[in-house]
Design a protein around this ligand. Structure first.
Ligand SMILES: Nc1ncnc2c1ncn2[C@@H]1O[C@H](COP(=O)(O)OP(=O)(O)OP(=O)(O)O)[C@@H](O)[C@H]1O
Length: 259
């Protein structure tokens, strides 16, 4: 394990009734590392993301941040540590403007506590121009309800990115994004890494993962079956692991050794 880690989870197990959906999962996220969290439908990726974000409590296991173990992990803790999660349904308020959504919970106010709407609108326009290329957005005052799913997701990403968090967790961020927006997002993850910010990318798109991640973790039926650095694997091995599980990894390695 990496001693200079940012987040370490050890022995994480999650049960829903009699169903064990995560079974003794351990891994580290290094500082400035981009980690791909991969696996087939139902493998346990979203549940892991919810546990790392403090939205759902693990049944057993430990959570450590920068060398300190935290026995009670909830949203308030992960917020204070600087973990920002973008969930599949991006948790924006549709009836509010893009600008209000970007600054939700972190509004800029004057001494009387009144919101500085113009300042927030101006910063939002800059963010929309610089952080993630979002096609078809006309103004920071536009309501989120008027955006497409992909545009709304890009707003959520821009929000997280602007506030420079320590760990950005993206649950399927590219699934609804157009090609250019996806490229912009992948570029942004590289830029975050250069700034020393860590990220976890949950995706079904193994090519996107391979392009941008330093390390890949593959989940299968609630267990971690592969944890491998980019230089020690290939898209083909990741595909075999996701599609066929441990058997696929074995078969891939036997074929590679025989070739
Ligand atoms: N609240 C819940 N109650 C009961 N079972 C749940 C709950 N949430 C998730 N599960 C189960 O846990 C398992 C893992 O689900 P999870 O959503 O974490 O998988 P995933 O890898 O993210 O899948 P996908 O790629 O389809 O999003 C599934 O079998 C799911 O039915």
């Amino acid at each position: 394990m990496n001693e200079d880690y940012l987040l370490r989870i050890e022995g994480i197990t999650k049960k829903y009734g009699v169903n064990t959906v995560l079974d003794d999962v351990s891994f580290d996220i290094g500082k400035g590392e981009v980690v791909g969290l991969l696996g087939d439908n139902g493998a346990g990726k979203s549940t892991l993301v919810k546990i790392m974000s403090g939205v759902v409590a693990a049944t057993a296991g430990d959570f450590s941040w920068d060398g300190t173990k935290h026995p009670h992990v909830n949203r308030a803790l992960t917020e204070s540590l600087g973990i920002e999660t973008i969930f599949q349904d991006s948790a924006l308020v549709p009836q509010m403007s893009i600008s209000r959504n970007i600054f939700m919970g972190r509004e800029i106010t004057n001494r009387l506590g009144l919101m500085k709407i113009k300042e927030m609108d101006a910063i939002t326009s800059e963010i929309l121009d610089s952080v993630v290329t979002i096609e078809g957005i006309k103004s920071s005052k536009q309501l989120v309800s008027s955006l497409s799913g992909g545009q709304a997701q890009a707003v959520a990403i821009a929000r997280a990115v602007h506030f420079k968090r320590s760990l950005l967790i993206l649950d399927e961020p590219t699934s609804a994004l157009a090609v250019r927006a996806t490229e912009a997002l992948l570029d942004y993850l590289r830029a975050l890494k250069a700034d020393g910010i860590s990220s976890v990318l949950v995706t079904h798109n193994l090519h996107h993962a391979f392009e941008v991640c330093d390390r890949h973790i593959v989940m299968n039926h609630g267990r971690k079956i592969l944890d491998v650095r980019r230089e020690d694997t290939s898209v083909e091995e990741l595909t075999a692991a996701v599609v066929e599980g441990e058997l696929g990894i074995r078969r891939y390695r036997e074929n590679a050794a025989a070739a």
